[in-house]
Design a protein around this ligand. Structure first.
Ligand SMILES: [Zn+2]
Length: 116
């Protein structure tokens, strides 16, 4: 049986905020819910634990958003589907072009979507 290789974080932004996302730059994030889709071919549990941890070095784009005040993960979903397929199944709009998609080879413009 294929392993779970992808995950989605359902994120709640309690009030609109402006956040610097590493080298991507600074962006406005309207209040509401977002879905971030990622993958970890190995140690998916460790990756998810990393996202849920409060204190950590900021490495991925999502780390910067999750470190902002009033931002929290409200649900985590795991999947055996590829992250890009999962990402495409989310109806929502691209929040920040390029967010989380640095190693995406499937042409997603971002792996973070704003649900409203
Ligand atoms: Zn992708």
């Amino acid at each position: 049986m294929p392993r779970e290789i992808s995950y989605q974080l359902l994120i709640e932004v309690s009030q609109s905020l402006s956040c610097v996302i590493g080298r991507l730059g600074e962006f406005e994030f309207p209040a509401g819910r977002y879905v971030y889709t990622g993958s970890a071919k190995h140690q998916i549990d460790a990756r998810i634990a990393h996202h849920l941890r409060q204190k950590k070095a900021l490495r991925w784009h999502i780390d910067y958003l999750l470190a902002a005040p009033g931002v929290r993960v409200v649900d985590v979903i795991r999947s055996r589907r590829s992250e890009c397929m999962l990402n495409r199944s989310v109806r929502g709009r691209i929040a920040v072009a390029g967010f989380g998609a640095s190693d995406c080879s499937a042409g997603c413009s971002a792996h973070l979507k704003y649900l409203g």
